[in-house]
Design a protein. Structure first.
Length: 161
């Protein structure tokens, strides 16, 4: 599952926050970051709420006098949190609330990669459908809107109203 995170994370953030200043490219980076744990054979710290909260705190603390940088970098921890929702990491209390229930991590693979093939394909198809809707909703057929998203990671103010 790749498109599930690449498409749904920024769309969900855009729909909830309706902020033209979010860097939606960094939301995607944050949403994809936990998938790298597949290298370790299963979900680890990037699939925990504590990591997302610490990442958010770090961005807030390290950018206290740099408002524009903060606004841009907040996309990464927001993307991490959206990943927890989209991946249903919250359904595994030992993983989601780590280390409250122990320090061991599950060894059954990253949730996104361990789903049945049919479920994964269905979710990818749903993501494509949401992507088509978002393309229209955010008027990405207009060159200036597409360029704004590609170059600055932002959506036009007019489409977020």
């Amino acid at each position: 599952m790749f498109l599930w995170f690449v498409i749904l994370a920024p769309v969900a953030v855009a729909q909830v926050f309706k902020s033209p200043m979010v860097d939606y490219r960094l939301v995607v980076v944050g949403a994809l970051l936990p998938l790298t744990e597949a290298v370790f054979g299963g979900p680890r710290i990037l699939h925990t709420l504590v990591f997302s909260v610490v990442a958010m705190g770090a961005v807030m603390a390290l950018t206290s006098k740099k408002r524009l940088l903060r606004r841009r970098l907040l996309g990464v921890p927001i993307g991490l949190m959206v990943h927890l929702v989209l991946d249903a990491s919250w359904a595994d209390q030992n993983l989601f609330w780590w280390p409250a229930f122990g320090f061991d991590f599950p060894s059954d693979g990253v949730p996104a990669w361990s789903r049945q093939l049919e479920v994964g394909l269905l979710l990818e198809l749903i993501a494509v459908g949401v992507g088509v809707w978002a393309y229209r909703q955010y008027e990405l057929d207009k060159p200036q809107n597409r360029e704004l998203l590609i170059s600055q990671g932002q959506l036009s103010r007019s489409v977020l109203q």
